[in-house]
Design a binder for this molecule. Structure first.
Ligand code: F6R
Length: 365
């Protein structure tokens, strides 16, 4: 038992509103100007950035994938994203107008570290998002943006994922302000929307018992497929990663539109499909994909902002989450998926904090 919680993972899930609030706090001054931590890149240099490349592993990669949508939408800059261990060996095209962003909770993951140092050697600007002050990557990169999640003990990342997304959203708004791709009033409006997210996470957390009741009904199933579109896609990947990490249940994340290109062949009565469907332009599209898997016998679970009247079957289950700005929705939508993984792990008599075969920090190739 840890501070009233059964394990570190449940404690860290509970700490998420604070983790995000602390990460966002103090980043905006009286004039509404955003500030970053250790930025040894001049504003003039940042204004010339033509391309952003994001690298990371595991959960940190998923946070980077979420940020890509905000960077492209708010900053209108092309964004590439790659797994650190692939990027290193790819002969990537970089220049002094490329910003390479490494995302790493520990700041020590070797693959991300080498990716960043090679990017730096090739003349690109480098920035790291890290949760550990003075970590190897923080010392090496040109700029650091710290998440302020506090130490994360559980091997499975939760509160640092949300904090990483928060920090990267701040970076996107900072660049949008600098490059004037958004008006200052728009930046301010978006900062307000971002500052509302910790409270939305608290509201989601107040539903934990509901989420656990759903998780309990899913205990007998064999396989899980998480599907989403746009920012819902990295949430799907993260939901699948959490579940496989701490419960060893076969689980995959897919872009919802890819189902019919192969994965749908796997769907039967033993499969659960968890669909991430926040309100927004692609809501109906995701629900249409849900129809396809329901027709093939899958157990359907929807992550939605309200009961989707007319789009549900009687044995569907629902994780209700509060609605926030669509680009910020992963920070809220991931919560029931973390709870699903945690509940399943404990119900099966496993230790969610110490999954087999995994280390918290991977400092080997
Ligand atoms: C997932 C998890 C791992 C890490 C990955 C990167 O729950 O913990 O996938 O996210 O090993 O670690 P960092 O962020 O320290 O570079």
């Amino acid at each position: 038992e840890v501070g009233g919680f059964s394990d570190f993972m449940s404690k860290e899930i509970d700490e998420q509103p604070r983790s995000l609030r602390d990460t966002l706090a103090g980043r905006v001054d009286q004039e509404g100007r955003i500030s970053l931590d250790e930025l040894n890149i001049t504003q003039e240099e940042l204004k010339t950035i033509q391309k952003v490349v994001i690298v990371g592993c595991g959960t940190s990669l998923h946070a980077g994938m979420v940020a890509r949508y905000a960077l492209e939408h708010f900053v209108r800059v092309p964004v590439e994203i790659d797994v650190s261990s692939e990027f290193r060996y790819r002969d990537p095209v970089l220049s002094p107008t490329t910003l390479v962003v490494g995302v790493s909770q520990s700041g020590e993951t070797l693959d991300t570290m080498v990716a960043l140092s090679e990017a730096k050697a090739s003349g690109a600007k480098t920035l790291v998002v890290s949760n550990v002050v003075g970590s190897s990557m923080a010392r090496m990169a040109d700029a650091v943006l710290y998440t302020r999640a506090g130490p994360e003990i559980s091997v499975a990342s939760t509160k640092t994922f949300i904090a990483q997304i928060g920090a990267l959203e701040i970076l996107a708004l900072y660049l949008a302000d600098l490059k004037r791709t958004l008006y200052p009033s728009e930046v301010n409006e978006l900062i307000g929307r971002l500052n509302a997210v910790p409270e939305a996470i608290s509201v989601a957390l107040s539903q934990i018992k509901e989420y656990e009741r759903v998780a309990q009904r899913l205990l007998g199933y064999d396989r899980f497929y998480f599907i989403g579109r746009n920012v819902g896609y990295p949430v799907a990947l993260e939901g699948a990663l959490k579940l496989k990490e701490i419960t060893y249940t076969p689980s995959e994340g897919y872009p919802a539109g890819e189902l019919k290109h192969g994965p749908i062949a796997m769907i039967d009565e033993q499969a659960v499909v968890v669909a991430i469907a926040p309100k927004g332009a692609l809501y109906e599209k995701v629900l249409a994909n849900v129809e396809e898997v329901r027709a093939r016998g899958a157990k359907v679970v929807l992550v939605v902002n309200e009961m989707p009247a007319g789009h549900m079957a009687s044995d569907d289950d629902v994780f209700l989450v509060p609605q926030v700005h669509q680009l910020f929705s992963p920070m809220v939508d991931v919560v029931p998926l973390q709870v699903l993984a945690h509940y399943t792990s404990v119900a099966r008599g496993l230790d969610p904090d110490r999954p087999r075969n995994l280390a918290k920090t991977v400092t080997v190739e």
